[in-house]
Write a protein that binds this ligand. Structure first.
Ligand code: PLP
Length: 416
């Protein structure tokens, strides 16, 4: 359920015609619906009503500070993977005490920053990382709260590039080794063991893998408790999928049922790290048709957005629905919707059915609110596009379109 709908023949974001924003802001731009983000958050939250829990929004999915501010206002915490993401959450007012720090390669300065701000816990992914955190906490005269990210070796049945909880993936500590590492952690001078964690992948469209993974975590928690290592937080990661095309992912309520079945009657705090399910269908990318081009075997619609703006189709062969911003009853055609970048992988959609379009017409790439702008680059020296947020009949630019000046800022000539 989202607030991108046609009113008459015009696509609206909430109560604002998308073409009105395009006329002021230019194209391409990302457009987010604040009410949709809030609605998705609340539905997720309600699914766990009555259970001790904390929702740590996965900042990597959409890290604009206006989006993070919405999260802060609703009481969310954050799942971060870098010092930069921590900086953004602090700017937006998310409480560090509700922030978990994930990722396989935390750098020393990032660990210091996180200890300084007093985050809830580090989700640790290796023995060497644990030793590093212990050492830095020691220098700083602090204790570092940690959980170990366990790799439960469960197939999430999603795209291989977004699977993270299988033995072959770089993430987490094998479940078979976790117990020994927990013992080591519990014996370290500056470490407080407080949780267990896993994250098995993204865009999961069935509940079972979540259930399997959490069941393995719970087995580990019981073994640890028997050994005198008490666990207060069970972080089950993110990963709940959304509808891009014809998928039928579990509703948050079904997801909750699976998780709560696996955790049983626990009074520990459950932590969730959702990203895509909150923001994915709350954003679109608006682009303008530049040219139509008929190849010998294909129609191409060349638009002013490209893989540098939205890389999901190129990176994961991901499907994004494309709609015309003004609904039309023109004859339909099948075309590849491609950008101006000099790569054959620069496409936003392939073999997509859409009405015949003309130069200057606006298109909306739907379901672009997660892993859209945060993955944008300046490849081909294309300034990154603007981001806009709408609520009701109002909209505001929440990130300016970059300029040519921005492209070279920080660069300097080599002095002979
Ligand atoms: C550790 C961790 N937590 C949470 C997420 C969010 O996943 P999603 O956006 O699928 O909910 C990710 C994304 O890959 C992640 O790596």
């Amino acid at each position: 359920m989202n607030y991108f709908n046609y009113q008459g023949n015009k696509l609206h974001c909430e109560e604002v015609p998308v073409e009105t924003i395009a006329a002021e802001v230019g194209t391409p731009f990302y457009l987010y619906s604040a009410s949709t983000i809030e609605r998705h958050y609340r539905v997720f939250e309600e699914a766990f009503a009555g259970v001790n829990h904390l929702i740590c929004f996965s900042v990597k999915s959409n890290s604009n500070i206006a989006v993070l501010k919405l999260m802060a206002t609703m009481g969310a915490g954050a799942d971060i993977v870098s010092g930069g993401e921590l900086y953004r959450t602090l700017k937006a007012g998310i409480k560090p005490g509700k922030t978990v720090f994930s990722g396989v390669g935390k750098k020393e300065d990032e660990i210091r920053f996180a200890l300084d701000t007093g985050i809830l816990m580090f989700n640790v992914e290796s023995f060497e990382e644990l030793e590093t955190i212990n050492r830095i906490a020691g220098y700083m005269n602090r204790r570092a709260p940690v959980s170990l990210r366990v790799n439960p070796d469960v197939d999430p049945r999603t795209h291989p590039y977004i699977s993270t909880g299988m033995e072959k993936n770089k993430f987490g500590i094998p479940v078979t080794e976790a117990f020994y590492l927990y013992r080591k952690a519990a014996g370290m001078d500056n470490i407080d063991v407080i949780g267990v964690d896993c994250h098995i992948g993204s865009q999961l469209t069935s509940s079972e893998p979540f259930g399997e993974a959490v069941a393995k975590l719970m087995e580990l928690v019981n073994v640890l408790e028997d050994d005198g290592i008490s666990i207060r937080y069970i972080d089950v990661g993110g990963g709940l999928g959304i509808v891009y095309d014809k998928e039928s992912p579990p509703l948050p309520s079904n997801y909750a049922e699976t998780i709560l079945d696996a955790t049983g009657n626990t009074d520990r705090t459950l932590i969730f790290e959702p990203g895509r399910v909150i923001v994915g269908n709350a954003g679109i990318l608006v682009t303008k048709v530049l040219y139509n081009k008929k190849g010998p075997t294909k129609n191409f619609v060349i638009v002013d957005a490209a893989m540098n703006d939205l890389i999901r189709p190129s990176l994961y062969d991901a499907y994004q629905e494309v709609r015309t911003v003004i609904r039309s009853d023109r004859e339909e055609m099948v075309a590849d919707i491609v950008g101006p970048i000099c790569e054959s992988t620069d496409f936003l959609a392939r073999d997509h059915m859409l009405p015949r379009v003309h130069s200057g017409e606006l298109l909306a790439i739907m379901s672009a609110g997660a892993y859209g702008f945060p993955m944008a680059s300046q490849y081909n020296s294309r300034p990154r596009c603007a981001e806009v947020m709408a609520r009701g009949d109002r909209y505001q630019i929440i990130r300016d379109r970059e300029t040519y000046e921005d492209l070279v800022s920080g660069e300097r000539f080599f002095k002979d």
